[in-house]
Design a protein around this ligand. Structure first.
Ligand SMILES: [Zn+2]
Length: 139
């Protein structure tokens, strides 16, 4: 079973790669313009999350996937890393693994040259990575 935290991260990561969230059983699509606000998720992302958790929104899922967010929060599903791109993808906890990563229709992905999607966690470690990247690119 995926934790709420994992599912939020899953959404945030795919939003950062330009995927939209389908709501109301696929009739509507939305994508927050900003995902991260400093060390937390943006208000826009939180509003989107509240919408996903509301029963009035029907089935909600990331464009290119068939697993609903509600399913991901059930005991049948887990979130693991895609073998191709290391993005979070839904996998079945029991039985045959269903392996479909939404990255399959992204042109030019995986792309190690662009900044990877991230979570709003500013640890000393991630700051160090940013410093490393900056010092590398200024060479
Ligand atoms: Zn992938």
């Amino acid at each position: 079973m995926a934790s709420e935290q994992q599912v939020r991260q899953y959404l945030a990561y795919w939003f950062q790669l330009g995927k939209r969230l389908m709501t109301h059983n696929g009739q509507q699509a939305l994508k927050p313009a900003s995902i991260i606000a400093g060390d937390r998720y943006s208000d826009e992302f939180e509003a989107c999350w509240n919408l996903v958790r509301s029963p009035e929104s029907g089935d909600c899922y990331i464009e290119g996937t068939t697993q609903t967010i509600q399913e991901l929060l059930s005991s049948e599903w887990e979130i693991s890393d895609c073998a191709r791109c290391a993005m979070p993808v839904p996998t079945r906890s029991v039985g045959m693994p269903s392996y479909e990563c939404p990255c399959s229709d992204l042109p030019g992905w995986p792309d190690t040259e662009t900044p990877q999607p991230r979570s709003p966690v500013q640890t000393a470690d991630s700051l160090q990575k940013i410093c490393d990247r900056l010092s590398r690119s200024s060479r």
